[in-house]
Unconditional design. Structure first.
Length: 490
């Protein structure tokens, strides 16, 4: 009899445990549009959980009324991110290009002596922190095992890859145990402007010519926020964050030297009329008018890596002449401004070739080139630059000069396929004479000169990885290098 009672009690306990497990493990039916196998948002708690409990609750805890007092829309999760743990699951898997709106409440701190603060952290950085470029204590994220990125006070995040989103305080690696507090983070898939907006983060936009008035730029995405400045038709801006829908407008955070403080929020439009449009307006890379351009690095024998080089066809493939090319680089190149590249064709260069360079250090990544032509729409294409790929500088071996003649000899590597030899007055005022020669040539004599006796001159030799001397296919990269001779007096 005793044994029967014992077994009955055991069975009853097992049944209770099974029922309890089924109740707590069943996810809400359609609270999000993610698979039910994803981690559920963790609940808020009035007491700090132990490290072991916190690690467990990140995987499967049903949200409590403290966090989900009002129903959340599809694609929205809330998660509590503890200050004393590194890389916690946010309960959301993202796809490349998805825009996520972020709302945060609560506070945390990275030591007992600090007052609690929010997502922006404190003033100061730590080279030993998880993300050394972000303030200590700021909210940071990563997607899968990708590189960490700063979230801070941002309200919109755009995913650059697919994977589970993870969040963390930015603190010294392995020094999280003395941190206190937590942030409650609400993440929502952003459907603002879906099916209508034509912009995306990391690209450029231009104020449309159809605008009767300039675009207002404000401190926040709100028509009542502080007015920073106005940008006029034709103004080009770089898109940083967004979109956010407010007051009947689709707002984006943009960057430009035209804006007080460098950045602010402006409207792409009202859902009907566009105030901003993508720049360049269209890509015609596969059209009969195709633009051919390659980019590379500019290396100087004295200064090292100092600029960006370009080689391109002087005409479109349909024969139209290019006036200039607008170059948009990756973030950080040319202070995020558009650079206007004009065709340069020194003597003896192949007729279908043009070159150019600028004393702006290259940034690795994708560049967009938009050719402006005399008639028709601009034509665009993209190319990439690898800053690790550099052409060593040629070496000038000798320079012999007289008022009527200058002879120069040089050496160069096998990957140098053409040279530009230039004679200049020192200090530089103008080019006296220059010519392009093939990659096999290693000496040149400038004749018929009338140089001023007693005046200093110099020779500059540019080497190119492209064959600019012979017509034919364009190759990548368009690396160039330069060597400046010692001055000489005829």
């Amino acid at each position: 009899m005793k044994s029967n009672i014992f077994y009955a009690v055991i069975l009853a306990i097992i049944e209770i445990l099974v029922l309890t497990h089924c109740t707590t493990a069943t996810p809400a039916s359609d609270s999000t549009d993610f698979p039910h196998t994803l981690p559920a948002p963790i609940s808020a708690s009035n007491t700090a959980p132990s490290p072991m409990l916190a690690a467990r609750t990140l995987l499967s805890v049903t949200p409590t009324s403290a966090i989900t007092a009002s129903p959340m829309s599809a694609g929205t999760v809330r998660v509590e991110i503890s200050a004393h743990e590194e890389w916690q699951a946010a309960g959301m898997i993202v796809k490349p290009g998805q825009s996520i709106t972020i709302q945060v409440s609560g506070g945390w701190k990275h030591s007992e002596s600090e007052a609690a603060y929010g997502t922006g952290g404190i003033e100061g950085m730590d080279t030993n922190s998880v993300l050394p470029s972000a303030p200590v204590g700021s909210l940071i994220g990563r997607i899968g095992r990708g590189q960490p990125f700063e979230i801070g006070t941002r309200t919109v995040l755009t995913a650059d890859r697919a994977g589970p989103l993870q969040l963390s305080m930015n603190d010294s690696i392995g020094m999280f145990e003395d941190n206190q507090g937590s942030l409650v983070v609400q993440l929502s898939l952003n459907t603002c402007g879906a099916g209508w907006s034509r912009l995306s983060t990391g690209t450029y936009a231009v104020v449309t010519d159809e605008q009767a008035e300039p675009n207002r730029v404000r401190a926040e995405p709100d028509t009542s926020a502080e007015l920073l400045t106005q940008i006029y038709p034709g103004s080009i801006v770089r898109v940083l964050e967004g979109p956010i829908c407010a007051n009947g407008f689709v707002f984006w955070k943009v960057e430009s030297k035209l804006i007080s403080g460098g950045m602010g929020w402006t409207a792409e439009g009202d859902g009907s009329a566009y105030y901003l449009e993508p720049y360049p307006p269209q890509l015609l890379d596969t059209s009969p008018m195709r633009l051919v351009i390659v980019g590379g690095t500019y290396f100087d024998s004295g200064a090292g890596l100092m600029g960006t080089g370009f080689a391109f066809r002087a005409t479109l493939t349909d024969g139209q002449t290019i006036d200039h090319i607008d170059i948009q680089g990756p973030p950080g190149w040319n202070s995020n401004e558009v650079y206007q590249l004009y065709p340069y064709q020194p003597p003896r260069m192949a007729q279908d070739r043009a070159i150019g360079w600028v004393f702006i250090k290259p940034v690795a990544g994708e560049y967009t080139a938009t050719a402006e032509i005399s008639s028709g729409q601009p034509v665009s294409t993209t190319f990439a630059i690898d800053i690790a790929s550099q052409l060593p500088a040629p070496v000038i071996l000798s320079v012999e000069g007289s008022p009527s003649q200058v002879k120069v000899e040089w050496s160069g590597a096998a990957e140098m396929h053409s040279f530009l030899v230039r004679l200049e007055q020192e200090p530089f005022t103008s080019v006296i004479m220059e010519t392009l020669v093939s990659g096999e040539q290693r000496s040149l004599t400038f004749s018929g000169l009338s140089l001023k006796s007693g005046v200093e001159h110099r020779v500059v030799i540019f080497a190119f990885s492209n064959d600019l001397y012979t017509p034919g296919a364009m190759t990548s990269p368009a690396n160039l290098s330069a060597y400046v001779s010692e001055t000489f007096t005829p």
